[in-house]
Design a protein around this ligand. Structure first.
Ligand code: CDP
Ligand code: CDP
Length: 207
């Protein structure tokens, strides 16, 4: 069983994908981490994220980077949305994600284009959303819990900028797959979000 979970920043897709993976005993891949690792490599090598050739060179990152706590920073998230707009960056990360989705038994993947590009054949697709203000509040508390001092207004502005870049790009834009189930987590607790997600997956698989 392949489960695709897509949505904008801090909508809750990662939390939901992890919970679904636990519930169904499936492996989980947070595909955003791959783009964040490319971004961090661009940063470390002092490359230019707006140049496709520079960003492609950074796709050859060391896998140990995927565990780096620095990947979660707001700055790396912003830079990730710059490198991820390059078609050759997306192409370079495609096979790895495709293979993960198609391992025996299946998998849960979360990102922006799982249901549309990486695994359009997924058995269940969720599109998770929440208002920009609620997402900014969540991301702000998360960043503060990890010691960052960024303001709520800056987090909100960055979330809006990232939404615009991710939805406006030509290559695999953030868009709800027509055959996905919509889950608005704005006014749901984590437990409620997970229960709804499981119910939506069950309904898809039964159909
Ligand atoms: O966790 P959050 O939603 O804040 O971000 P993320 O999932 O770690 O993704 C960081 C950035 O990577 C996004 O803003 C997208 O530009 C890009 N991304 C993408 O283009 N496609 C994916 N499947 C996942 C992430
Ligand atoms: O993966 P994505 O960036 O979409 O979001 P996440 O990392 O799953 O969730 C962002 C933050 O919102 C986390 O701190 C979650 O615990 C929190 N969250 C929440 O407060 N209420 C929900 N219904 C879902 C997530």
């Amino acid at each position: 069983m392949i489960i695709a979970v897509d949505g904008p920043a801090a909508s809750g897709k990662g939390t939901i994908a992890r919970a679904l993976a636990r519930h169904y005993g499936l492996p989980h891949l947070d595909t955003g981490l791959l783009y964040r690792a490319v971004a961090m490599t661009v940063q470390r090598l002092e490359l230019d994220a707006t140049k496709e050739a520079d960003a492609v060179a950074a796709c050859d990152f060391d896998d140990s980077l995927l565990a780096d706590p620095g990947l979660r920073s707001d700055a790396v998230g912003q830079l990730a949305s710059v490198v991820s707009a390059h078609p050759l960056v997306r192409a370079s990360l495609f096979q790895r994600q495709k293979r993960f989705a198609h391992q025996p038994g299946g998998a849960v993947l979360d990102g922006r284009d799982i249901g549309t590009v990486i695994a359009p054949e997924a058995d269940a697709k969720l599109f998770v959303k929440a208002t920009p203000q609620i997402r900014a509040r969540r991301r702000h508390s998360e960043l503060h819990a990890h010691g960052a001092t960024i303001s709520y207004d800056k987090v909100l502005a960055d979330i809006r900028a990232r939404d615009a870049r991710d939805s406006g790009r030509a290559a695999a834009p953030l868009v709800q797959a027509p055959d996905s189930a919509l889950l608005d987590t704005s006014f749901l607790t984590i437990d409620e979000s997970v229960r709804r997600a499981i119910a939506l997956v069950e309904a898809r698989v039964a159909a």
